[in-house]
Design a protein. Structure first.
Length: 255
C-alpha cells in the first residue's frame, strides 16, 4: 500500500520491521545476513550460511540470490526463506555453484525430532543433468546412514537442475513434503525405506523419472508430473514393496 503523492511503501516498511523484530525476538531466529550474507547474486555467501546453521538456531533467509559453493548441513532446525518466486525481489534463491548436495542432513546430529525447510528455490541451473555428479537438492542420506530426522516438514520448495530433487534412502519416518516442485531433474523424488511419509501436492516437471519409492510403509501420495521423457529403463512412477501401495491396491495411491 502506498500513500498519496508517492509517499512510499510505509505499510510495507512497517511489516518488514515487524517481521524482523519477530525473527529476533528471544533469539528464536537468526538471519543469514546477521553473518554477512549479501544475497546480491555475485557474492559467495557460503561462509555466512555455514556460520548461521552452525549456531544451532533457526535460520531465516531473506529474499535475494545467494551463491552457494559448498554443501550446507542442517540439523533439526527451522530454515525458512522469503518465498519461492524466481525473482530476487520476491523470492529466496540458492544459486548452487557446485555439483554436490545443496542441503544435507547432518548425520552427526544423530536421530532428531522436528525441523522445517521451506520457502526457497534451490537452483543448479536450468539444464537437466546428463550424469549423476552428486547433485541432490535436499539429501536426507544414504542407505548405510545410521541416523536421520523424524517429524520433519519440507514445503514450498523448488529444486531445479539436480540429479535428485529429494534424495532419501534412510529409514527417516513421519515426515511430510507439501508443495515441493522438482524441475529438470533426472529423478524428482526418491524415498527408500521408512514409514508414515506424506507427499502432498508435490510435482515433477520435465524429469526423466518423477517418483521412485521402495520399502516405504505406508506412504501417502497425492502428487503429479508432466513433461520430459523417461530415461531408458525408467518409469514415471516406480513403486516397489510399499504398503498400502502395490499391485493389489493402486487405488490407495493417488498420482
Amino acid at each position: 500500500m502506498r500513500g498519496g503523492g508517492g509517499g512510499g511503501g510505509l505499510l510495507s516498511d512497517y511489516l518488514k520491521q515487524a517481521w524482523n523484530d519477530t525473527l529476533h525476538a528471544d533469539n528464536y531466529f537468526v538471519s543469514v545476513k546477521d553473518f554477512g550474507a549479501k544475497g546480491d547474486g555475485s557474492t559467495d555467501d557460503t561462509a555466512a550460511f555455514k556460520t548461521a546453521l552452525a549456531s544451532g538456531k533457526n535460520v531465516y533467509i531473506p529474499v535475494g540470490i545467494y551463491i552457494i559453493s559448498e554443501t550446507l548441513y542442517f540439523k533439526n532446525q527451522v530454515i525458512k526463506g522469503g518465498g519461492i518466486a524466481p525473482l530476487p525481489s520476491l523470492g529466496t534463491i540458492l544459486a548452487i555453484s557446485h555439483s554436490e548436495p545443496a542441503l544435507k542432513y547432518d548425520a552427526s546430529a544423530g536421530y532428531s525430532m522436528g525441523g522445517y525447510l521451506g520457502g526457497f528455490f534451490i537452483d543448479y541451473g536450468e539444464n537437466k543433468p546428463d550424469n549423476y555428479a552428486g547433485r541432490k537438492g535436499i539429501d536426507l542420506g544414504d542407505a548405510n546412514q545410521q541416523a536421520w530426522p523424524s517429524q520433519f516438514i519440507m514445503e514450498n520448495i523448488i529444486v531445479r537442475g539436480a540429479y535428485f530433487g529429494l534424495h532419501d534412502e534412510t529409514g527417516a519416518f513421519q515426515y511430510s513434503m507439501r508443495n515441493v516442485l522438482a524441475i529438470n531433474c533426472w529423478e524428482g523424488f526418491r524415498k527408500f525405506t521408512g514409514t508414515t511419509v506424506l507427499m502432498d501436492t508435490c510435482y515433477a516437471l520435465n524429469c526423466y523419472q518423477a517418483y521412485r519409492l521402495a520399502n516405504a510403509r505406508p506412504p501417502a501420495i497425492r502428487c503429479g508430473s508432466s513433461g520430459g521423457t523417461p530415461a531408458s529403463g525408467a518409469r514415471w512412477f516406480s513403486v516397489l514393496r510399499c504398503l498400502p501401495c502395490g499391485p493389489a491396491s493402486w487405488s490407495k495411491c493417488s498420482f
